[in-house]
Design a protein around this ligand. Structure first.
Ligand SMILES: Cc1cc2nc3c(=O)[nH]c(=O)nc-3n(C[C@H](O)[C@H](O)[C@H](O)COP(=O)(O)OP(=O)(O)OC[C@H]3O[C@@H](n4cnc5c(N)ncnc54)[C@H](O)[C@@H]3O)c2cc1C
Length: 253
């Protein structure tokens, strides 16, 4: 891997959400331009070798710094080291961003209702999109459903509240639906595919999933992505290909 594809950036802050989740902010070089929803490739030195992983950008394209949200996989080559990241550390950033989980991919149907469905760290690209004025100008209704196993894993809830008070209502309505699958007392505690098939997700959002008006983005756990895709197809939605169709996905592994 050639290191001239990367720049070396400085970690500005680290925030720990739980034992296995943290976020970090780092410097953003002027050349690193991205669209909300895209991911960066970041690298660290592990025993003299650069290990690189894909990370969705959490921060908006208009911010001066870059923020990322990370899981800790205890035996993961990357995150078992990354978890010790601290202010002042250096991290490699590939010069160009990647990915097609962006709102620009949708041509038909025209934007009306946007459903952002995430598990775990898969909420990252959606936090970026929700901080982009264009998202609020283009859609009439926006729903963010964010599924985790236990309440401690619900990161960014305050940020989502801030986003809601800053952007929602003027142009589009916003519904935030936290889902906690291992909490029997949570308002929503079933997996996303089940919530779709039972109609509970639509009831909670007070909005219908419809082929002629819904854009649905799925991000995170590949099993969730696969099962949710099938659930959506069974109620008449289609995969977005060459701009047409409802469903766009990003698998994290
Ligand atoms: C397009 C894209 C964007 C991504 N964005 C993010 C992001 O914003 N934040 C993030 O934490 N990860 C993200 N990932 C996953 C990330 O690239 C790494 O897989 C993750 O950092 C773990 O690296 P690792 O070397 O420690 O473990 P790996 O060897 O890469 O993974 C080991 C195992 O850990 C599990 N795993 C990996 N990633 C996750 C995860 N995010 N949540 C839960 N379990 C996981 C899987 O079971 C996987 O098989 C993204 C992946 C892709 C393809």
């Amino acid at each position: 891997m050639s290191e001239d594809k990367f720049t070396l950036e400085t970690v500005l802050s680290v925030k720990r959400w739980s034992s296995n989740l943290f976020s970090f902010r780092m410097t953003r070089p002027a050349h690193f331009r991205f669209t909300a929803g895209q991911f960066a490739r970041i690298g660290i030195d592990v025993d003299g070798e650069m290990v690189v992983r894909a990370y969705s950008v959490v921060s908006s394209p208009f911010e001066e710094t870059l923020e990322f949200f990370s899981i800790v996989v205890p035996d993961g080559a990357f995150t078992s080291r990354l978890q010790y990241l601290k202010e002042g550390d250096q991290i490699y950033l590939e010069k160009i961003p990647y990915g097609f989980l962006t709102l620009a991919r949708y041509q038909q149907p025209l934007p009306q209702d946007l459903w952002l469905l995430a598990t775990g760290t898969g909420v990252a690209p959606f936090i970026s999109m929700l901080q982009d004025f264009a998202t609020w100008q283009n859609y009439r209704h926006i729903v963010l459903a964010y599924s985790v196993r236990i309440p401690d894993e619900l990161a960014y809830v305050d940020k989502i509240g801030e986003i809601q008070s800053m952007f929602a209502e003027e142009d589009a309505s916003f519904t935030f639906l936290p889902i906690v699958t291992r909490d029997p007392l949570a308002k929503l505690n079933q997996r996303l595919p089940k919530l779709i098939l039972s109609g509970e997700l639509e009831s909670a959002a007070d909005l219908k999933l419809k082929a002629d008006r819904s854009h649905v983005m799925l991000c995170g756990n590949p099993q969730m992505v696969e099962d949710t895709k099938e659930a959506l197809k069974s109620i008449g939605l289609t995969m977005n290909r060459r701009g047409e169709g409802n469903i766009a996905v990003e698998n994290y592994w």
